[in-house]
Structure formats: structure tokens, C-alpha cells
Design a protein around this ligand. Structure first.
Ligand SMILES: [Zn+2]
Length: 378
């Protein structure tokens, strides 16, 4: 492959990213996310692609599926982007307006992941217009990744099973690295039910759900084992009804991260098997591994090496990160054994914060990387 002069119009790219970022799309706001899906669909007019809009379900917005190569049913390339963000409506007018400061472009969801999604979308448009892809491509724009993809997991897995490669446009890490492994993620809920009583008049009759839960929280947090890459976090807690009532209820949510399936099974069993200390308090624990671990298999390593060679031809070094703690839709397809490469989005920092930003200098190389991956994967 020869290095060619870049065919990227940076000003136009920044304008496009700006339009996407200025269409705010918090996951739970179906109308807002659908406006974002409208915008993605509108940019495909006139291109020889087949577009399906899959109606949203379970309280989430629609998914857009773009297919190239009609009639070509060879296993091809699946690209995954989510258009939802964690930022509520009004973030743009408040804490995080779209703005450029030197190499940084700020805005809600700019880094995670509208910047990266826009780069891949542009790459797809270029490749489709030029007819240079070697494999058929399916591109999914999904509405619910930030809450674990409850309404799109089945579709992602169905398209994943039919794909030869999966490319995911989550943000680049630590100075432009891509992602070849991610921890698995489990979500659990625990409810304690005790016996309510007046805190003054009949203290002895009460059985405090909060007191029981306090011991459970310490036990759960104590399961963290950094050496094995296992973390447990009680991220939410609520309980009680009034200051002078021994609380009947308390509930928590538990976040679990593991490196591999066997640790996932072991920890799931431990968490689901937790027993109350107080025999008069009932515990109910539910939950499971939601995103299976994404481990770097030889096939994933081969895909990474290919991408690295492509990047070298473009003129930059592409490294991969050590296993990251955050899950993504890449976990689903990697767990099916389909070679999956993630972190192909824009470089930057501050995902999910008020200083979230992408780097202008990463737009051109990473758009070209996606474009040439679509042209070289076979
Ligand atoms: Zn993301």
C-alpha cells in the first residue's frame, strides 16, 4: 500500500461532528435519540446502500442498519456505533457547550462516541461512493449502549454471528490506542427486608434492613481482588422511610468486573449466594454477567496487527491498551468468537464528564484508518 495524500476535508469533518454533538441524545430520551438517528439517516441520501430503521423497543429509540453490497451474502464487516450519550438535555447550553480550544473539540458525547461514529460514517460514505470495499459492510447505529444495550444486544449478536470482522468506534485510549480486550461486566441488585418498628417505643422488635445491608456492603466491597482483576462496587444504596423508624427495606446495586469467564462464574455464584447475618432479615439477590469478557484471542491479535500495518502506511503507530475495565458492545461480538477491534474512534479524554473532548489532530489519521480497514479487510 502506498501513502496517498489525505482526502479529508477537516473543516467539513468538524462541522459534521458539531451537528451530531449539538443534537443531544441522552439514552432515556427516545425523541432526542430518534432525532440523532434522523440525522444519521439523512446523510445517506443518494448513496448506494440499503437502510433499515428498526423500531425501538423497551422504551429506547430506533436503530439504524446500513448495508452495502445488496445480494452479497458473504460474511462481511460489522461496524458498531452508539448514538446515545450519558449527558442530559441542556448540557450543551450549560456545562459543556460545543467549542474548539486549540487541538481540543469539546461537547457532550464528542469523545464517547459521536466523534468516532462520525469518522467511521465518513469513511463508510467514501468507501461506498468509490466502490472500494472488498467485503459487504453492515453498520449499526444503536440507541442504548450507555445503559448496557438492553434493547439491541440480540440484534448486535445476530449481525455479529454473520460477520467476519467487527469494528467498534468507541473512543481511542491513552494517546490513540485501540482496544483488543475488555473486562466482563456484571450487574446485581440486592434487597434486604427487615421488620419495621418505632425507633423509640419498640426498638427491640425491629430488625433493621439498613444495618444488615451495611454488613453486606462491606462483604461485597471486600471481594475486590486487584491482583486477579476483579472489582466489586456498591454504586447505589437506598433504604429507610424516616429518622425514627427502624427500616424495613434497603436496596443496593452491585457492579462486578472480571477478566475472564471463570472468574465471572465464580463471582456470580458468590454474590447470588450471599446470606443474611440476621436470621430475621430476608435478602433477595438478582443479576448476572451482562457483558461477557472480551479477551484478546489469536484471531483478534491478527486483526489488530493488520490494523497496525494499515496505520503504519498512513503514518502513525497504532498500539493497543492493556485490558480496560469498561465494557462496550464489542464484548458481545468478541464473546461469540468473531474477531473484534474496538477503540477505533476519536482520540481525546474525559468521557462522561464536563471536560469531555476529542482531538482535532486525530480526525484525519483515524478516518483514514477506518477507510483503509474497510478497503483492505478480506
Ligand atoms: Zn461509548
Amino acid at each position: 500500500m502506498n501513502s496517498q495524500p489525505a482526502a479529508i476535508d477537516l473543516g467539513r469533518m468538524i462541522d459534521g461532528i458539531r451537528r451530531w454533538v449539538e443534537t443531544e441524545s441522552p439514552t432515556r430520551d427516545v425523541r432526542a435519540v430518534n432525532r440523532m438517528i434522523d440525522l444519521v439517516a439523512a446523510g445517506l441520501d443518494g448513496l448506494p446502500v440499503h437502510v433499515d430503521r428498526i423500531h425501538g423497543r423497551s422504551g429506547y429509540a430506533d436503530t439504524l442498519r446500513i448495508r452495502t453490497g445488496p445480494g452479497d451474502d458473504r460474511p462481511g464487516i460489522l461496524i458498531l456505533s452508539h448514538v446515545d450519550t450519558v449527558h442530559p438535555l441542556g448540557t450543551l447550553a450549560g456545562a459543556l457547550p460545543f467549542r474548539r480550544d486549540g487541538d481540543r473539540l469539546y461537547g457532550p458525547g464528542l469523545y464517547d462516541m459521536k466523534g468516532g461514529a462520525f469518522l467511521a460514517y465518513e469513511a463508510l460514505r467514501q468507501v461506498v461512493a468509490a466502490g472500494t470495499a472488498r467485503l459487504p459492510i453492515v453498520y449499526l447505529f444503536t440507541p442504548d449502549e450507555e445503559v448496557g444495550s438492553p434493547s439491541t444486544r440480540e440484534l448486535i449478536e445476530a449481525e455479529g454471528r454473520r460477520a467476519r470482522y467487527v469494528l467498534v468506534t468507541e473512543p481511542a485510549r491513552d494517546g490513540g490506542k485501540c482496544v483488543t480486550s475488555r473486562k466482563g461486566v456484571g450487574r446485581f441488585a440486592m434487597t434486604a427486608t427487615g421488620v419495621p418498628a418505632h425507633a423509640g417505643g419498640s426498638h427491640q422488635r425491629g430488625r433493621s434492613a439498613i444495618k444488615e445491608m451495611a454488613r453486606q456492603v462491606l462483604a461485597i466491597e471486600g471481594m475486590t481482588d486487584y491482583a486477579r482483576g476483579i472489582t466489586t462496587t456498591v454504586g447505589l444504596i437506598s433504604g429507610g422511610t424516616a429518622a425514627n423508624v427502624i427500616p424495613q427495606y434497603c436496596e443496593i446495586t452491585i457492579d462486578l468486573r472480571v477478566r475472564d469467564d471463570s472468574a465471572g462464574r465464580e463471582m456470580t455464584k458468590k454474590i447470588l449466594g450471599l446470606q443474611p447475618h440476621d436470621p430475621d432479615v430476608r435478602l433477595l439477590v438478582t443479576g448476572e454477567i451482562n457483558r461477557p469478557p472480551f479477551e484478546k484471542t489469536p484471531a483478534i491479535d491478527a486483526l489488530f496487527r493488520h490494523a497496525r500495518a494499515v496505520a503504519r502506511d498512513i503514518g502513525f503507530d497504532l498500539a493497543d491498551t492493556r485490558m480496560t475495565g469498561g465494557g462496550s458492545d464489542a464484548n458481545f461480538t468478541a464473546a461469540l468468537g468473531v474477531p473484534t477491534l474496538d477503540g477505533l474512534g476519536i482520540d481525546g479524554d474525559g468521557a462522561h464528564t464536563d471536560w469531555e473532548h476529542g482531538l482535532v489532530s486525530s480526525i484525519e489519521p483515524r478516518t483514514l484508518l477506518m477507510q483503509r480497514l474497510l478497503e483492505t479487510l478480506a
